[in-house]
Design a binder for this molecule. Structure first.
Ligand code: CA2
Length: 153
């Protein structure tokens, strides 16, 4: 089973700036944590980051055949992107939205997620642990989907 992690704009800056909000872990550190948890779960993970909405839309669309589930931190696009929401809805893969920070405890404009309603659920506020929890949720959802389709995971 293969899971795709998608990271949105500016997450490449993690650990360098705004450490009071997002902590000191870099995206590479988080990727290593996810890889470790994936090994323990016996699943494969791919991990991408893009600052471009269209690239993210394309990666979601191309995921259908290769991946059992998606975990996405759309970053600022969470609050603005109808295109990413529509891509998640169209790909029809189990999808988990994740955030490092608790977006509901921050500025009003971060409280609304356009993508969360088309995801299975949202995990936010746990820092890098949100990524590991997102992986756990995605694996559980993918196994349930495979079971109900009568396939082996
Ligand atoms: O908490 C999260 O994971 C967010 O998705 C992070 C986004 C923010 O726009 C969302 O509202 C919540 C921001 C990602 C950019 O991260 C930076 C890291 C270091 C310096 C500047 C930005």
């Amino acid at each position: 089973m293969r899971i795709l992690f998608i990271n949105g704009p500016n997450l490449n800056l993690l650990g360098q700036r705004e450490t009071a909000v997002y902590g000191r872990a870099t995206l590479a550190d988080i990727r290593r944590r996810v890889a470790r948890r994936a090994r323990a779960l016996g699943v494969q993970v791919d991990f991408i980051q893009s600052n471009h909405e269209g690239v993210i839309v394309d990666r979601i669309g191309a995921a259908r055949k290769r991946y059992a589930a998606l975990v996405i931190n759309p970053a600022a696009y969470t609050h603005t992107s109808v295109a990413i929401r529509d891509a998640i809805s169209a790909v029809a893969l189990p999808t988990v939205e994740i955030h490092l920070s608790n977006i509901h405890a921050r500025e009003d404009f971060r409280h609304r997620s356009l993508s969360a309603p088309v995801c299975a659920g949202q995990i936010c506020g746990f820092g890098p642990l949100s990524y590991e929890l997102g992986l756990e949720a995605a694996v559980a959802l993918a196994k349930a989907a495979a079971k109900s389709a009568g396939k082996r995971p």
